[in-house]
Design a binder for this molecule. Structure first.
Ligand SMILES: [Zn+2]
Length: 442
């Protein structure tokens, strides 16, 4: 409140965020059963609301005989495709007035067709509270400078812009340092020079963009001074990238697992490399091939229910991401924990012997063999692998041959390898990148 110096009186939104944070600070430590009970009460309310007011669920549930009393694990799991087909039938005909104004959320998605859903002031508010939780978990120094390198999807920034603060929601509550933004769809050498000029303490970007800048940094010796931490989102971060970042820039990566339609799904633990599910906002299930709940150490597909979106409820929504379940985290938090995010099924390699797995990348094994600026693998059939390369110069025949031999070793499969050379950095239209993609259904 202007005119009051001390103690500070936060405005209405800031007060609500701080009230939510106080509750989140408590709920992160409560046990699993208490957490589940709190989620359960919300879930039943959401289910009833969906049956009463959302045409998609009304039809689907009456077709399969679901009522508000059906046990949760018997509710059908819904896919992205079903949501796309449903269109406006996913919109509640009567979202609660108390949830505030309704907006449309459009997700681009690497898999093609976008999703159109509704969100409310409540979902936006939750996004702000969890954004702040993430900052507080890392105890960031808000007085420092933040740099952001992301795709400029809405064409809002026109390549480069500088703000005097970090923006919503932090600036509602704290005085912050400045924030500089630039569009990630620029070559790595330009991005790295920009970053070095900005001298931020924190960088927020996508793993692919980070990796390209690290290579550039390693090649040129140009390193950002004063950087304390890199925050990543939007793509999978593997251990190799964490190590590479620490080796070249001497700073850790803190990763965020989120999506446009669900908001924050999991945040990296402040003490370990585990991820904690944001259980106050989402109810998650990790299911194996038989549809049973995975135990610690097992990998399964992630099915999510958003607790607070009553405008376009997502109930048992299949995210298509595979995750590895962890046991109790050593930090002591009661929030469900995952040890690894493995990505989407389409990023799994299909081995000729029938195994399906996410390939690990030992980039150091091939980067020295040929002048590769960027590389991407697309499995075309069980034995055919297309290798897309952005070369620094034309490859020689022996470089191609050596690369083929090493790739077959790394992927542990006798692939026929076809090289395809490109002139432009390999990115999707939304700026995301997949190292490995499988383009056929076995
Ligand atoms: Zn933890």
């Amino acid at each position: 409140m202007p005119g009051i110096i001390w103690p500070a009186l936060p405005d209405r939104t800031a007060s609500q965020i701080l009230a939510a944070i106080q509750q989140l600070n408590h709920s992160q430590w409560i046990g699993n059963s208490e957490l589940r009970q709190l989620q359960h009460d919300n879930l039943r309310l959401l289910l009833q609301h969906a049956i009463d007011t959302v045409p998609f669920y009304k039809r689907l549930y009456s077709d399969v005989g679901v009522t508000e009393k059906t046990p949760w694990e018997q509710l059908p799991i819904i896919s992205r495709l079903q949501i796309q087909d449903a269109g406006k039938a996913m919109f509640s005909l009567s979202p609660p007035k108390s949830h505030g104004s309704i907006n449309t959320v459009e997700t681009s998605g690497t898999s093609g067709a976008p999703l159109r859903l509704l969100s409310s002031s409540v979902t936006k508010f939750m996004w702000m509270a969890f954004t702040l939780r993430e900052h507080l978990w890392r105890q960031r120094d808000f007085s420092k400078k933040l740099a952001v390198i992301r795709p400029d999807e809405e064409d809002a920034y026109q390549q480069h812009v500088e703000h005097h603060n970090w923006g919503f929601p932090v600036s509602l509550i704290y005085q912050t340092g400045s924030m500089a933004y630039t569009d990630s769809m620029q070559p790595a050498d330009i991005l790295l020079k920009w970053l070095c000029k900005q001298k931020p303490a924190y960088l927020l970007t996508m793993p692919t963009v980070l990796r390209e800048m690290l290579y550039q940094s390693e090649r040129t010796g140009l390193r950002p001074k004063g950087l304390m931490e890199v925050r990543t989102l939007g793509e999978i971060v593997n251990q190799e990238l964490r190590d590479f970042c620490f080796q070249v820039w001497k700073v850790p990566i803190v990763d965020i697992f989120s999506s446009r339609e669900l908001g924050y799904i999991a945040l990296q633990c402040p003490k370990t490399d585990n991820y904690h599910i944001q259980a106050e906002s989402l109810f998650t299930e990790v299911l194996n091939e038989q549809g049973q709940v995975c135990q610690a150490g097992e990998t399964g597909r992630l099915v999510v229910t958003a607790l607070h979106n009553f405008a376009s409820p997502l109930i048992r929504y299949e995210t298509m991401d595979y995750v590895e379940v962890a046991g109790q985290c050593e930090c002591g938090r009661g929030l469900p924990t995952i040890s690894k995010i493995l990505g989407r099924e389409r990023n799994f390699l299909v081995h000729p012997d029938g195994r399906k797995y996410l390939p690990t990348f030992q980039t150091e094994k091939w980067m020295g063999l040929a002048p590769i600026k960027q590389i991407q693998f697309v499995q075309k059939s069980v034995l055919l692998l297309e290798v897309r390369i952005l070369p620094a110069r034309q490859f020689t025949e022996s470089e191609e041959q050596n690369l083929k031999t090493v790739l077959c070793e790394v992927f542990d499969a006798p692939f026929d390898i076809v090289f395809n050379y490109v002139d432009e950095p390999l990115r999707h239209s939304n700026g995301k990148f997949e190292d490995f993609r499988c383009d056929f259904k076995p």
